[in-house]
Design a protein around this ligand. Structure first.
Ligand SMILES: [Zn+2]
Length: 304
């Protein structure tokens, strides 16, 4: 039995305009908008949310909010965009009025903020300030979490095992919607997360970890299930995944996080969803919410 035809929305997209002008790794070149759209046609994706990457921890060069707006303007039926503001921007000051820049980006079409990758503790005063202003401006934030124990070699906002700093911010900023993402976020799906496997993709059956507990307690936490990390959190234990999808069906978001034309995980995720549907482990209603409906609601997009 094949899946109902629902045009998907990719909550987590990257694209590098003018790849010829940026230094790239020849083995895994960054994906261009045209390559991304070719993937979308194969995967049944109507549109994606372009996320800039502005912090230097990610790469040599930034992909800016302006780049993403220009791409979305060029392909208005296929892309919307988030802005990205580094929490250290404009004087490295926890009192900077970031609402000014966030409201500006919002006024020209940004539908959220992220992917947030600065290597700062999640409860650093600079991060606290950014979260406060995102909440005030009604801008959902996509976060990439890294560990506290590894100061070098990673990108992402930093938290300890168990995500206590994330919890502190979820509690302090109830108006803020946070979209959780990355290995260190999704490793906490199970109770077996530890300082080593949270940098990676823990395997095996799941005994509930911190993510389902945080989801239950904080309605402002949503799930970005893109990339190998989000996919692994579901596919490692399909029976648990079915219960998770059912319980949190209003706050789960399908995504790809395609970074390079060499990526294949997005096809594995499609196959897995087909199988879950064929095995009656995901209802049509929840499938629709996961791959489309929740994103429409979050992004304030009209269904067509
Ligand atoms: Zn990403």
């Amino acid at each position: 039995m094949s899946l109902p035809i629902v045009k998907k929305i990719d909550i987590h997209a990257h694209a590098t305009p003018c790849r010829a002008l940026v230094p790239v790794n020849a083995a895994t070149p960054h994906v261009t908008p045209e390559e991304l759209l070719a993937f979308y046609d194969q995967l049944g994706i109507e549109k994606g949310v372009l996320l800039p990457l502005c912090s230097p921890e990610y790469h040599y060069y930034p992909v800016t909010s302006v780049d993403m707006k220009q791409l979305a303007d060029k392909h208005p039926d296929r892309f919307v965009w988030f802005c990205n503001v580094d929490p250290r921007a404009a004087r490295n000051n926890p009192k900077t009025d970031l609402s000014e820049v966030l409201n500006f980006y919002k006024s020209i079409g940004a539908r959220g903020m992220g992917e947030l990758t600065a290597q700062l503790p999640i409860d650093d005063p600079l991060m606290d300030n950014l979260f406060y202003h995102c909440g005030e401006c009604d801008m959902p934030v996509t976060i990439h979490i890294a560990t506290m124990k590894d100061p070098y070699g990673y990108y992402g906002i930093r938290d300890d095992l168990g995500l206590p700093r994330l919890e502190k911010m979820l509690k302090k900023h109830p108006k803020l919607t946070i979209l959780g993402h990355s290995q260190a976020f999704w490793a906490e799906m199970g109770a077996d997360a530890d300082d080593e496997n949270r940098k990676d993709f823990p395997q095996g059956k799941i005994t509930e970890g911190r993510i389902p507990k945080l989801m239950r307690e904080y309605p402002n936490l949503w799930c970005d299930l893109s990339a190998n990390s989000g996919m692994n959190a579901l596919t490692r234990d399909p029976e648990y995944a079915a219960r998770f999808i059912e319980e949190f069906s209003d706050r789960i978001l399908y995504g790809c996080d395609i970074c390079s034309p060499t990526n294949v995980h997005q096809f594995e995720m499609n196959d897995w969803l087909e199988k879950m549907h064929a095995d009656n482990m995901i209802s049509e209603e929840n499938y629709y919410k996961f791959v489309r409906g929740n994103a429409l609601r979050l992004l304030k997009l009209e269904d067509r």
